[in-house]
Design a protein around this ligand. Structure first.
Ligand code: 2HG
Ligand code: ZN
Length: 477
């Protein structure tokens, strides 16, 4: 690790490109870039470099390439899987994209916006909204997560059921390649069949193939009406039956359909101040339904009531609260969005961001609950998430009387137990959080053979020296 005060020829070249203030080496300045928020990974770095625009990044990458220095791109550092933390060897440069923070353009007729990588998702949403549109991507960490990271991890979130994942919103990209070349693919076209779809290679690649510096994103019409309900349901099967009812009624209006376990909501109510259950009694299973439409006078509130009444009559819904105001909508969403925070406060936890076909969500919840309880009696099973697209966060929290470190040591055993259930249901071991460094060990088993071979060839073609985010996504070969 270099002494921050001693001259270093490479760092001096980088200082000449971005300015001395933006090459940070002092531990007090770099510490926040070297640990993930879950505190699973802590790395070391010679410097955190913060270029101010694409051209500077291009020149930084050319220098790193020339000297064989590996780089770890970082946005808001909100990865769940250690995707943006360098190794502890101390030789990987962290490249922060946070100064590339301009919205370059927005066009309400094309329904597109061109945004730089360091713009937070929330700032991008607010800009879209100020122009009468909606950037339809919503994730818990949107206040900190930046567009570059959101695209590099192909984030999903609460509205995937309606608008798809991040990759479905990308029309064009600007990318700095491993050797510093800039690919300007910022096209705003809805149709463009001109060979391989290169932009989709970089989306979800977690910075292992190139560094996204800007993107053209689709925006959609802003909803005019929204209706939100929080319901206690009789079982996971009942939750699915309620989803099917809304799909049969008006699939285009389903903006979000989220599942929460009773135990998960109990943790939120106990550990997060200001949260309240809007129902008379607790239950073992809940769903949150948000309907929305840009159509005027669509009568969404009435639809919500009608469908829920029918579901109650058939015993699927036990009790329901329909939000009467913006404040009530926010209070209901808090019960869902505070799951991550409450589980962090409850001690050590193991996350399983998995997906199955929507129709198999009840089987996932039942099968993985039984398997985890058999593995570790007393384990707190707190699944929740995006039931409408089949992505459940099958999270497990330590038994209260167990040492956090002992529970954390079981992480692979727990992940493998859940993964085996997911496999029997034709699901995926990573739905929306990506692979990072946490799940590389599962890649050969799940994506081995021709699939991993193709991924390795793509990596070899675009980053032959292995300088881009080493140790992430692909297992060591
Ligand atoms: C969410 O859906 C995020 O809130 C985080 O994907 C999930 O904490 C988690 O496991
Ligand atoms: Zn999620």
């Amino acid at each position: 690790m270099p002494d921050p005060n001693s001259p270093d020829p490479v760092l001096d070249q980088l200082r000449a490109i971005v300015g001395p203030a933006w090459v940070m080496t002092a531990p007090g300045e770099t510490v926040g870039y070297l640990e993930d928020w879950r505190r699973l990974y802590r790395g070391r770095t010679p410097a955190v470099v913060r270029p101010g625009n694409t051209d500077e990044l291009s020149r930084v990458m050319a220098v790193c390439h020339c000297h064989g220095i590996a780089v770890v791109p970082q946005g808001g550092n909100t990865s769940m899987v250690g995707g943006a933390i360098p190794s502890d060897a101390g030789d990987q440069m962290v490249i922060s994209l946070s100064r590339l923070n301009r919205v370059r353009a927005i066009d309400p007729v094309d329904m597109t916006m061109t945004v730089e990588a360091g713009v937070t998702l929330r700032a991008a949403q607010e800009t879209a909204s100020a122009h009468g549109g909606l950037l339809p991507l919503s994730i818990g960490s949107e206040g900190s997560a930046q567009i570059g990271g959101v695209l590099s991890t192909n984030a999903g979130g609460n509205n995937t059921v309606r608008y798809g994942n991040a990759r479905d919103l990308v029309l064009g990209l600007e990318v700095v390649l491993a050797d510093g070349q800039v690919w300007n693919g910022l096209r705003r076209l809805r149709k463009d069949n001109t060979g391989y779809c290169l932009r989709q290679l970089f989306v979800g690649a977690e910075g292992t193939l190139g560094i996204i510096t800007a993107a053209v994103l689709k925006i959609v019409a802003r909803p005019r009406e929204t209706a939100v309900a929080f319901c206690a349901v009789a079982s996971p099967e009942a939750a699915l039956a309620v989803f099917a009812r809304f799909q049969a009624h008006d699939p285009a209006a389903i903006q979000a359909f989220e599942y929460m376990s009773g135990l998960g909501v109990d943790l939120v109510l106990r550990l997060v101040e200001g949260t309240i259950l809007p129902l008379a009694a607790r239950a073992d299973h809940y769903v949150l339904i948000e309907l929305a439409t840009p159509r005027p006078n669509a009568g969404l509130r009435q639809s919500l009531e009608d469908v829920l009444e029918a579901a109650m009559a058939d015993g699927e819904v036990i009790d329901a609260a329909i939000a009467e105001s913006e404040a009530q909508i926010r209070a209901i969403w808090r019960l869902r969005e505070e799951h991550t925070e409450s589980q962090k406060r409850a001690g050590a936890s193991v996350k399983n961001d998995v997906s199955v076909p929507v129709s198999s969500v009840p089987a996932l919840i039942r099968g993985a609950t039984a398997a985890c309880e058999a593995l570790l009696p007393g384990i707190l099973v707190a699944p929740f998430g995006h039931m409408g697209d089949g992505n459940i966060h099958f999270n497990l929290v330590q038994p209260p009387d167990m040492a956090a470190a002992d529970f954390a040591a079981l992480d692979h055993a727990i992940m493998d137990t859940v993964a085996e259930i997911v496999r029997t249901l034709d699901g995926s071991f990573s739905a929306e959080h990506g692979i990072g460094q946490l799940k590389t060990y599962m890649m050969a088993d799940w994506r081995g053979g021709a699939e991993l071979m193709m991924m390795q060839k793509v990596k070899q073609a675009l980053d032959p020296a292995g300088l881009l985010n080493p140790g992430k996504v692909l297992p060591k070969s």
